[in-house]
Design a binder for this molecule. Sequence first.
Ligand code: PLP
Length: 442
Amino acid sequence: MTNPTSVTPNDLSAFWMPFSANRQFKKNPRMFVAAKDMHFTTSDGRQVLDATSGLWCVNAGHCRPRITEAIQKQAAELDYAPAFQIGHPKVFELANRLVDIAPEGMDHVFFTNSGSESVETALKIALAYHRVKGEGSRFRLIGRERGYHGVNFGGISVGGIVPNRKMFGTLLTGVDHLPHTHLIDKNAFTRGEPEHGAELANELERIVGLHDASTIAAVIVEPVAGSTGVLIPPKGYLQKLRDICTKYGILLIFDEVITGYGRLGTPFASDYYGIIPDIMVTAKGLTNGVIPMGAVFVKSEIHDAFMTGPEHLIEFMHGYTYSGNPMAAAAALGTLETYKEDGLLTRAAEMAPYWEDALHSLSGARHVIDVRNIGLIGAIELDPIAGEPTKRAFSAFVKAFEAGLLIRTTGDIIALSPPLIVSRGDIDEIVATIGDVLNSLE
Ligand SMILES: Cc1ncc(COP(=O)(O)O)c(C=O)c1O
């Protein structure tokens, strides 16, 4: 056993960091100790402009007073209430507030603690829904190549990022994948939705033909894929998916973990595209990233299908100790209040044209092979160093951090998603710093 006094509090070795190059990090750590609005403060006292909303979650900017106050008050009043067979008022209030801003027909909400848990919940609802309707033969789940749906087994099974899947055995069975829509040869440097690729949705017809519709429960996609490097759906693609799902009685699940809560300039991507899925998965911006929480929205038709049988029986055998816990509910209510007061669920629409022009001014910068954008999301794809994929973008990340800018990289793609309070001046600074960083890269 380790002698407790042998490890100093600031020893870095005990903490196994998630999705991080642990050994490299611990040789040269990067630490944040405070944050306010658009900026982090580093442990050496520098200000770092947040161009990624933390991890796509701090949509209202950092340490917003309403959220802080809501959490402080809640912690002193009701710290926890059991989630099963007992309630507390704030979680019901929150569900109602969410239904109010959700797309038409999304009338019920199931709470979780993360995007990954929301995905698992949505997949389980889809499978169980068909079963309660007497269509238990619908067990297949269809995801998409390059899709990211978190890290749990359902999510990595329907997800399509190979390094996230390949170490983990057989995953879920009965899963198939649509092709991804990243046609860089045809669509590079597109502003907004790409022209080419809607026909890739027809692959769903092929998959239905192969397996038969009677075996397929649901299709899950991110309306705009984020973690894989910002893949924007081609014009007409999502509508085609919607139409094919409707035609065959397959549920369409939108994973809105990054697009939810204002990222595209509408409350949800469903609103932006005018396409209503059957189930909508959210997390991140729900609490401004402050307290872990996810919310899965379902249509009444799905919820109501479970509300049969003896009333004393539990209708859906699923839930988490922290589903809708008081602290998270308070944080989410404070967040929704902040979004409302500052008009943040639609502000991205106002800023998007400026954001777009600014980002595309980097089109000619060194190593850049694509720039793409939608709402307040952007990506700059770099030419990889031959034989060393990801290295160039990671160098950009480190150099940007040293220059006072937080960006996110995935593969050789710089992905950007600033807090929705971003100003024109902030956008200029983001673009200028990235331009300097790119020019300085090998
Ligand atoms: C589309 C999507 N789904 C699910 C997740 C997983 O969310 P979490 O990390 O909260 O589990 C993410 C996280 O980035 C995501 O982008």
